[in-house]
Design a protein around this ligand. Structure first.
Ligand SMILES: Cc1cc2nc3c(=O)[nH]c(=O)nc-3n(C[C@H](O)[C@H](O)[C@H](O)COP(=O)(O)OP(=O)(O)OC[C@H]3O[C@@H](n4cnc5c(N)ncnc54)[C@H](O)[C@@H]3O)c2cc1C
Length: 456
């Protein structure tokens, strides 16, 4: 290996999922960056939580083309890579919702190219603290070791869900359904209550059906909204302008108007949503805290069900299971769930007021990752907040960052060389879960580094 000039910067990235991997790939292309260290506590480099899912029915929730590539201009890179590998996405639109591990394979392939240059170290380790050390950042590891770098990027991703309120703890109530083997003890004749009706809940219901579950599965969420069905992409001929809108009411009005206009012109409503999706960060940042809270309270569930959509064949399966009596979707909440020797006696209150008793063998919390960082016991997040290196984001969501993803300390000042990207920045950007959004954030960081001459 040739030694690198000492002026080149060393970047440490905490988290080796899709965000950390994209960070390594994008930053490695900047001329002033020499070494990169990628840390992941689970050793799931290139995959993280979403793209290490092992089954072929764990599929990406958008057509492959929308996963894009790595750079701004290579929007077909993932599809081209699939084709080159022989995994051609079929002629059917729904065939292009490929298994999630294929996207993990794609990222691992890109990572391997940097690895081959000798500039990248992938290290299975848990970061427990990050602190300023002169002009550098010192990352302390659970092992007792430490790493010093010129720049650090936190890509700590999806946090496990918190226990769901009202449920008496028991081995038959599973809070983190993504833990390896979490569903293995569920027998085909068990009754299962799935809390949540979003993307995670749908994934788990499909898993249960493939495991041969025979009893009716119940899905429960406050509004009982399943994700809507996706359609083939249509270019938006007349994008709605969201930027002047500063209220939730204004947004609803504009979106409804736009959808009416588009539908009258024969375009699907999904076109309006996909256009707005590209503007969500700017829209969120333009809202007052009160309007952000109003959005979270009233519109979030509707937005998510329109934004995260289902592959057409998945939507058909869900409909079929509902009409066969294998699946029911309830709008309501849990009043109580008392542990019994065989599961829980749950009392549900349906939207509208009526009550339902459900003797269930399993309760699966599928409400998705915990977003409120005041409820998270993670040592790294705890030490950043306690030491004043970071503060929570708007509405307690994630960690606060400036528009260039630089972490803000307790007083609100942005660190020079400490960044956060991905779901941890939800308070500032709100919608930063999809791979496409995360890539956009990272390209913004790269532009910022270039424009401020921090690299040359
Ligand atoms: C089940 C599921 C399915 C999804 N499907 C899609 C999809 O189809 N398309 C799409 O665009 N998006 C999808 N998403 C959104 C997804 O969140 C992003 O696409 C992306 O995977 C987020 O990557 P990440 O690296 O930020 O997070 P993660 O995948 O959560 O990775 C974070 C990594 O950081 C590591 N880590 C955390 N803390 C530390 C620490 N202190 N020290 C060391 N390592 C640490 C973790 O071990 C983990 O491996 C899905 C999300 C989920 C949960």
């Amino acid at each position: 290996m040739t030694s690198l000039p000492s002026t080149l910067r060393h970047v440490a990235i905490v988290g080796g999922g899709a965000a950390g991997t994209l960070a390594a790939i994008i930053l490695s292309k900047l001329p002033g960056i020499g070494r990169l260290t990628l840390l992941d506590r689970d050793g799931r480099f290139g995959r993280g939580l979403a793209y290490s899912a092992p089954e072929k029915w764990h599929r990406i929730n958008v057509p492959a083309i929308k996963m894009g590539g790595v750079d701004a201009e290579d929007s077909e890179a993932f599809v081209d890579w699939l084709a080159a590998r022989g995994d051609v996405t079929g002629p059917e639109y729904s065939d292009s919702f490929v298994p999630r591990w294929t996207y993990g394979d794609f990222l691992c392939d890109q990572l391997a190219k940097i690895d081959a240059t000798g500039r990248l170290e992938q290290r299975t380790a848990t970061a427990v603290a990050v602190a300023r050390s002169g002009d550098r950042y010192r990352i302390e590891l659970a092992s007792g070791d430490a790493i010093e770098s010129d720049m650090a990027v936190l890509c700590i991703g999806n946090q496990p869900p918190s226990p769901f309120p009202g449920i008496e703890p028991s081995a038959r109530s599973i809070d983190n359904v993504w833990t390896s083997g979490a569903l293995d003890a569920i027998a085909p004749d068990d009754r299962v209550l799935v809390i949540g009706t979003g993307a995670t809940a749908v994934d788990i219901v499909i898993d249960l059906m493939h495991r041969g579950i025979r009893k009716e599965v119940t899905m429960l969420s406050r509004r009982g909204l399943l994700p809507r069905v996706d359609v083939a992409t249509v270019a938006d001929p007349d994008p709605v302008e969201i930027w002047p809108i500063r209220t939730v009411r204004g947004l609803l009005h504009s979106l409804r108007e736009d959808i009416r206009r588009k539908q009258a012109a024969g375009l699907p409503w999904q076109t309006s949503i996909d256009t707005f999706r590209l503007q969500t960060a700017g829209f969120w940042q333009g809202l007052s805290t009160g309007e952000q809270a109003r959005f979270s309270r009233h519109l979030r569930a509707y937005w998510l069900s329109h934004r995260h959509r289902l592959a057409p064949d998945v939507a058909t399966s869900l409909e079929q299971w509902q009409s066969d009596g294998r699946l029911s979707v309830v709008a309501g909440n849990i009043v109580s769930a008392v542990a019994t020797p065989t599961g829980h006696d749950a009392r549900l209150r349906r939207r509208g007021g009526s009550e339902q008793h459900l003797a269930t063998n399993w309760i699966l919390n599928c409400t998705g990752p915990e977003e409120r960082y005041d409820r998270i016991g993670d040592p790294l997040i705890g030490s950043l907040l306690a030491g004043g290196q970071a503060r929570r984001g708007a509405l307690g969501l994630g960690l606060d960052v400036d528009p260039n993803c630089r972490l803000r300390d307790a007083a609100g000042y942005a660190h020079q060389g400490l960044y956060a990207v991905g779901p941890a920045t939800r308070g500032a950007f709100w919608e930063v879960t999809a791979a496409s959004n995360i890539r956009k954030q990272l390209l913004g960081v790269a532009d910022y580094l270039r424009s401020t001459n921090q690299i040359s």
